[in-house]
Each structure stands twice: as C-alpha cells, then as structure tokens.
Design a protein around this ligand. Structure first.
Ligand SMILES: Cc1cc2nc3c(=O)[nH]c(=O)nc-3n(C[C@H](O)[C@H](O)[C@H](O)COP(=O)(O)OP(=O)(O)OC[C@H]3O[C@@H](n4cnc5c(N)ncnc54)[C@H](O)[C@@H]3O)c2cc1C
Length: 554
C-alpha cells in the first residue's frame, strides 16, 4: 500500500483521487481475491452479475462558472499571493464535497453544482484574518477545510440567503509544529497538518499524539478537533476533546484564544466549545495538545466470543475494572463474517457466518505495563467466555487498517452502495440499540431496494468504550437504485438515524453533524441548549459567514 505524498511537507492533491479515497495509484486492496468476492457479493445481494458503474471522469463534467468577479479574485490574490488563490477545475472539483457515500454519489455522478467559487491556501494567521474580514464585509461564505474527509457534509460549500459566493479555505499550508514541550508533555501545532506528517515529526522527538482515525492518512489536526473525532486508540489517548489543551480561533469578531490551563473553576471552560465547532464559529489556526511518549510496545490480540452481548459485557468489565487498553473493538457476527471474507476470499463464505464475534484488544505502553494489563484482561475475558486467539489477527488488523477505506471505490464501481452510521449509548441500552438498529437497517435496505428479492448486508462493531457506555459503528452494503441513488440513500439514512435516536443513542459519536445530521440536532440538544448554540453563533459570526448550513440552523 502506498503512503501519502508530500511536497515540502504539504499533501500533493494531484496524487489523490478527487472523487474517491486516497491515492490515485493505490493498488487493488482485494488483489487476486477480487473476482470471487464480486461474485459472492452479487449472489448475496441478489443482483447476480454486478453491473459496471464507473464514475464520470472530470473531463466530462462541467462546473458552474465562478461567481467571484475578476476584481474580487484580485483582491484575494493581493491578500495571499497569486499561487494561493485557485479557481482551476481540479481544485474546485476536489473541494466540492467531503468523502461520505452521499458525497461520492455527487462527485462520481458529476453533480458539482456546489463547487466552491475559489479555494484559498492561507499560510499565516494574518492572511486568515484578512480573508475572514473581507468575506464578512462582502457577503461571501467561507468553508474551513482540513483534509476534506468529512462524512457528514461538513465541507460542502453552501450559501446562506443573501450571500453571493463561497470560498473554501484549505489549511494545508499551515502545517508547522510550533513547539514540543516535554515538561508539560504538550505540543502546539498548526491545524492544517495531516496525520502522517504530524506523527512523523512528533515521533522523531520520541512523542506521539496517538490519534489514529481510520482516515488518518488524509485528515488533519484541525478537522479532528472541529469534529470531536476519535482515533482507533481512544481508550488510551482520548478523543479530540480529551487531548485538546487550548486553541486559537480566528472568528469574524476577532481572535479567540481559549483558556490554556490544566483545569479551571473560573466558570465553564469555553475551550470546550471548540471541539465539535465544525468551522461555524471561526477557523482554528493552531492548538496545544497532550502528547505521550511513543509506546515501547504495542500488542494487539484477538478473542472469539459466541455472541455479541457476552463480548459487550466483557468490554464493560474491562473498562470498569480499570484495565488500561488502547483499543477494544468488538465485531458482531455479521461483521466478523464479512471481514473474514474480505481477507480470506469467497471460499470463506461458503459455509455462511461462522457464528462467533471477533474482539480485538490493543495494549500500548512499556513492556511491563503491556504484560501486566494483558494478564488482567485475559482473566476477565476468559471468565466472560472469550477464547484467546493469539496475536496474528491483531497484527494483521494493525498493519492493514488504513487499506479498508479503499474497498469503497471498487464497490461503487460495481453498482453497490456502502455507508456507515455511528452512535454512542450507555451500557444498559447498548444491546437493545444494536438489535433494533440492525433490524431497522435490514428492513430499510430491503424496502428501498430496486430489485425484488435483493438484499443488503448490515453489520456493526463496538468502536470506542467508556466507563458508562460505548460507541457502536454500523456499516451497510446494498444494491444501488439506478437513477434514484440519492433518494434511496436519504430514505435509508433517515430511517436508521431515527432508529438510533429512538433507542437512546446520540446522532453522532465522532463523525459530527455537518449537513447530514442537522435534522436531528434540535431534538438531541433540547430547546434551551440549541438556543444557546444559536446565540453563540449569532455573537461570534453575526453575518453567518462561517460554514453556513452546518451544525446549527442559523
Ligand atoms: C474512510 C474514512 C474513515 C474515517 N474514519 C474516522 C475515524 O476513525 N474517526 C473519526 O473521528 N472520523 C473518521 N472519519 C471522518 C473524518 O475523517 C473526520 O471527521 C476527520 O476528523 C475530519 O478531518 P479533516 O481534516 O478531513 O476535516 P474536514 O473534512 O476538512 O473538515 C471537517 C469539519 O471540520 C471543519 N474544519 C476543518 N478544519 C478546520 C479548522 N482548522 N478550523 C475550523 N474548522 C475546521 C470543516 O469546516 C468541517 O466542518 C472518517 C472518514 C472517512 C472518509
């Protein structure tokens, strides 16, 4: 598998897919297993031979003309410099959407009506201030942009009533590590830095942030904070809101330096409003974050459980016995089956689901800590009925985990849809939420299916776990409805999201709200809290310049 490509530390977007995931030249993840797997998926979904449904090439797509006048573009160029203001087709298409399934339908189908009118690449805080001031005074909307890996419509360039054009502010040139302080074990970092470059520079100094979302290779520090993201190893390193110490945000009202104390009782800590702010208050330009020593050892082991509820029970006990894991990931029976077919090939599918659930547990720390925590975990997991399968599956997962997102593009090329939804819920309600949402998904996938008798696959795993509950992550694969793919997706998304909320889950544990979860926000927050969010927006961004249409109806 190739790795991200950097030009002087900056991601080279020409090497990336503008309408898909990751590197253009990435090898086929399925390799020689591909044909068998497509045949199996065709038979499973009832489609028979899967159709060939390639994406439209950029050459065949027409973009709307930029709505910015020559004079306006010149003014932006004067603030930044000519090469930092882009209006070419590739840059506008690349930034037209995020990377959700919904986005892919638009990008692959050539529906780029929301392409930004320009993309700017500021390099200093002064440049960002100038761009925000200008946009605010001239009825332009701004979209803060990190890696563009949002899966909730977070970077779609939208206009508010009365606005004339949208400018996407790509943060890629603001990617320096400003300070590493090993005494407080914090680092101050510009937010446009991509995951691999951030870890490369930190680890050269013997430290790590430890934030590895599945999108790690193509997402940035700013995006992780702005969405309250979670890395795979959040049990050890925390979610963005846990490792964020302080942030500097340029808002239309001026620069907001959040509190920078370890803790404070001077009223509520308003810093906590930056994680999850999704660019609607301003642009986070740099942040101080917790760092840890690079772990001496990483050990990832697998356990099998006969049913999902026992594995969930074991997860709860690991948490509540304060056993320090870096990650606990529990796949249900369907997901265990699906990934064994993806790894092992179609022969594995012949006998149907194996009837067990895979739990992967990761330990990171000194050799001594890893051995100690592992032996404490082993005792609990075996009491709960877990069978220790050793380290090979854990090692395989750890070394290939960033390849999984590459499966989506070929699925889309074969007439299939694939999407995910995620939530968090307390331990009392988790088993029921898992059952009911899986059932709702299954029903939605058959109801909104073009071919009578065809069906989709729905699967789930526990992805992040806490003292009082955990996050559940559902994946679904289904035959697409030709000519009505977006309507099909909207219907499935609405039904499954309603099921999540009715079963006590949050509308998002780590993807955020963007445009796609907006319809569920007012109910989740309640009228008082939602009103507070709106007032905050009105105060910091009275003209609605910053990322309109996301997070808050305003
Ligand atoms: C294949 C795949 C796997 C994923 N896996 C995970 C996962 O494991 N964990 C997880 O948490 N998420 C995951 N995501 C979702 C996505 O990667 C995260 O939301 C990520 O945090 C977004 O980072 P980004 O830099 O790409 O941000 P973008 O997509 O560019 O932006 C996301 C939001 O943040 C805002 N924003 C970005 N930068 C700034 C800034 N500097 N200041 C203010 N606002 C800003 C944007 O306006 C937007 O609202 C995944 C997505 C994909 C496509």
């Amino acid at each position: 598998m190739g790795r991200p490509v950097y030009l002087k530390g900056i991601m080279d977007k020409q090497k990336l897919r503008w309408n898909g995931w990751g590197l253009r030249e990435a090898p086929d993840t399925l390799g020689d297993k591909a044909e068998g797997i497509w045949n199996w998926l065709g038979a499973y979904t009832g489609l028979g031979t899967l159709p060939h449904t390639p994406a439209l090439p950029l050459e065949k797509i027409t973009l709307p003309n930029t709505r910015l006048s020559g004079e306006e573009l010149q003014t932006l160029e004067g603030m930044l410099s000519r090469d930092k203001v882009k209006t070419d087709k590739y840059e506008r298409a690349y930034h037209a959407r995020g990377r959700s399934y919904h986005d892919m339908l638009h990008l692959r189908g050539g529906c780029l009506e929301h392409a930004p009118d320009a993309v700017v690449y500021p390099q200093t805080i002064e440049e960002i201030e100038a761009v925000i001031r200008y946009a605010d005074a001239n009825a332009l909307a701004l979209v803060p942009y990190g890696g563009g890996s949002s899966v909730v419509g977070g970077v779609t360039p939208l206009l508010r009533a009365g606005q004339r054009a949208v400018v996407t502010v790509d943060m890629a040139l603001m990617s320096r590590i400003l300070e590493i302080d090993k005494h407080t074990m914090t680092a101050r970092i510009e937010t446009g830095i991509y995951g691999p470059e951030l870890e490369r520079q930190l680890q050269a100094e013997g430290v790590t942030l430890g934030h590895y979302p599945q999108s790690f290779e193509y997402s940035t520090l700013g995006g992780w904070i702005a969405t309250r993201g979670a890395g795979h190893q959040s049990n050890k390193y925390g979610k963005a809101e846990d490792w964020l110490v302080s942030a500097r945000v340029v808002t239309p009202r001026g620069i907001w330096n959040t509190e920078d104390f370890p803790k404070s009782a001077a009223g509520p800590m308003l810093r906590d409003l930056t994680p999850g702010s999704e660019g609607v208050f301003g642009i986070i330009v740099d942040a101080r974050v917790h760092i840890r020593e690079v772990p001496e050892e990483k050990e990832y082991r697998a356990w099998f459980f006969q049913d999902f509820d026992s594995a969930v029970q074991a997860t709860r006990l690991l948490l509540q016995h304060e056993i320090q894991t870096a990650m606990i990931r529990v796949s249900d029976i369907n997901e265990t089956f699906f990934y064994s077919v993806m790894h092992g090939g179609a022969e594995v599918a012949e006998n149907g689901p194996m009837g067990f659930c895979l739990m992967l547990v990761g330990f990171e720390g000194t050799t001594e800590q890893v051995a100690h925590q592992r032996s404490r975990a082993e005792a609990i997991l075996s009491q709960c009925g877990g069978a220790d399968m050793g380290g090979s599956m854990g090692k395989l997962w750890l070394t290939t985990r960033f390849e999984t997102p590459y499966l989506r593009d070929p699925m889309l090329d074969h007439g299939l849809g694939v999407d995910t939804v995620e939530t968090a819920v307390d331990w009392n309600r988790l088993p029921q939420l898992h059952r009911n949402v899986s059932a709702a998904l299954k029903e939605a996938l058959s109801r909104h299916n073009p071919n009578p008798g065809a069906k989709g696959l729905a699967m789930a795993h526990v992805s992040h776990s806490y003292w009082n509950g955990a996050s559940l992550y559902f994946t679904f694969v289904f035959p697409r409805t030709p000519q009505a793919e977006i309507e099909q997706w909207l219907a499935i998304k609405r039904e499954v999201s309603d099921a999540i909320v009715e079963n006590g889950g949050t509308i998002s544990h780590h993807h955020g709200t963007g445009t796609d979860h907006l319809p569920w926000m007012a109910r989740e927050k309640g009228p008082i809290a939602y009103g507070m969010l709106k007032s905050l927006k009105a105060d910091l961004d009275p003209n609605g310049t910053m990322n309109p249409g996301k997070l808050i109806e305003f």
